[in-house]
Write a new protein. Structure first.
Length: 83
């Protein structure tokens, strides 16, 4: 995963495609506003891998994730270990 701060999104290369999560950041708050997976990758767990990487990044940098996107919110709900 990489932080493309110029475009305000995290990107993950997965099977020759890019999975992305757009964000906004305010101090120690990281709002995930949109998660997008190419149609070819849907159902393969790519967005979940990206969300886990983002959660680890947030933990390492002492950030609080605010899941605005419905997918991010559902993922956070399923993974209480990152709340």
């Amino acid at each position: 995963m990489r932080d493309n701060s110029a475009l305000k999104r995290f990107e993950l290369d997965f099977e020759d495609h890019i999975v992305l999560a757009e964000y906004s950041r305010d101090g120690l708050t990281l709002a995930i506003t949109h998660v997008e997976t190419p149609p070819e990758l849907r159902g393969k767990g790519a967005a979940g891998v990206l969300m886990k990487d983002i959660a680890e990044y947030a933990r390492t940098h002492n950030l609080t994730i605010i899941p605005i996107c419905s997918y991010a919110a559902a993922w956070m709900e399923r993974h209480k270990e990152y709340s």
